[in-house]
Design a protein around this ligand. Structure first.
Ligand SMILES: Nc1nc2c(ncn2[C@@H]2O[C@H](COP(=O)(O)OP(=O)(O)OP(=O)(O)O)[C@@H](O)[C@H]2O)c(=O)[nH]1
Ligand SMILES: [Mg+2]
Length: 279
């Protein structure tokens, strides 16, 4: 807690009526309540189906939000954290795990989460990659119920080429995007906030006016924030939210996550981290 310094003694503020100032960020109680109810709603998630292509997807009605991002960014893990289910979406230390468009219903089939295959996974045969990118593109362009994207980026490698392309493309199509800097547990609080600020500034510079937050499936940082954004996008109305209780939000499940990435990826990342730490 900060205390006012001596020099503020003679300012107008010093003459103002005394009031208790809290430097801790107080969340709006109404929003928090909505977020908690949203989290309890998200726990109702159930696997609906996997589709290898657009015309095999579930009916294109209602509302859905898709999780997109580079392979291994943590999309499936984020869906599992958000829905408090260990194996709803299949997470893996092997990049390229998610190979279809996976649909999850949230209590009713008209509100859905979608787990997309990651882009940029080099080890998939080129021919297969082309087919997949085509299907992904098809889905993103033609899906009417798609209300927006959650774009995930590993906090240690934000705004890679494909991410920027995706963001620009989404912006040009007026598609809503909420950005997650994932695996925030990999950095200390200070450095994590610094990356957050930097990416925010970069987005601003590129005129990509998207919301962004820190997120960790491991320690559940940012879960409530993400839940309210999801709920808002998926038309989880205040009225609907009344059906969900304010029971405490899910506990952390640190030990239930898959081990981190493939060893070689990790080595590269450690190098990057070391480089980033150097002045
Ligand atoms: N430390 C840490 N590791 C995480 C976190 N989220 C995911 N991981 C790990 O990162 C790896 C990839 O996670 P996934 O959720 O499978 O990633 P994905 O984006 O779905 O990957 P694809 O399906 O290949 O596109 C796994 O080993 C996870 O355990 C996190 O918040 N913190
Ligand atoms: Mg996945």
């Amino acid at each position: 807690m900060h205390h006012s310094r001596g020099k503020s003694k003679n300012t107008k503020a010093a003459n103002a009526p005394k009031q208790k100032i809290s430097y801790e960020k107080k969340a709006d109680p109404a929003i928090t309540e909505y977020a908690v109810r949203a989290l309890n709603w998200l726990r109702k998630a159930e696997f609906l189906m996997s589709a290898p292509k657009l015309n095999l997807c579930v009916e294109d009605s209602g509302y859905e939000v898709a999780f997109a991002g580079r392979s291994n960014a943590g999309k499936s893990s984020a869906i599992n954290a958000l829905t408090n289910q260990k194996q709803l979406a299949r997470a893996s230390k092997k990049p390229g795990r998610t190979q279809m468009i996976n649909f999850f219903s949230l209590g009713n089939p008209e509100q859905r989460l979608v787990d997309l295959p990651g882009y940029g996974y080099a080890a998939v045969p080129e021919s297969m990659k082309i087919v997949w990118q085509k299907e992904l593109e098809n889905y993103l362009i033609h899906r009417k119920s798609l209300q927006g994207l959650v774009l995930l980026m590993d906090i240690r490698h934000p705004l890679q080429h494909f991410d920027v392309m995706m963001l620009e493309w989404a912006y040009s199509r007026h598609l809503f995007v909420h950005v997650l800097l994932t695996k925030s547990d990999k950095l200390n609080r200070g450095p994590a906030n610094k990356v957050l600020l930097e990416v925010k500034q970069q987005l601003k510079k590129m005129k990509l006016d998207f919301s962004i937050q820190l997120f960790s499936s491991l320690n559940r940082q940012g879960l409530e924030e993400l839940a309210s954004v999801m709920a808002g996008r998926l038309n989880f109305t205040l009225e609907q939210s009344q059906q969900f209780d304010l029971a405490s939000i899910p506990e952390a499940t640190a030990d239930e996550l898959e081990a981190e990435e493939l060893p070689d990826t990790e080595a590269v990342e450690q190098l990057t981290e070391t480089a980033a730490k150097e002045p």
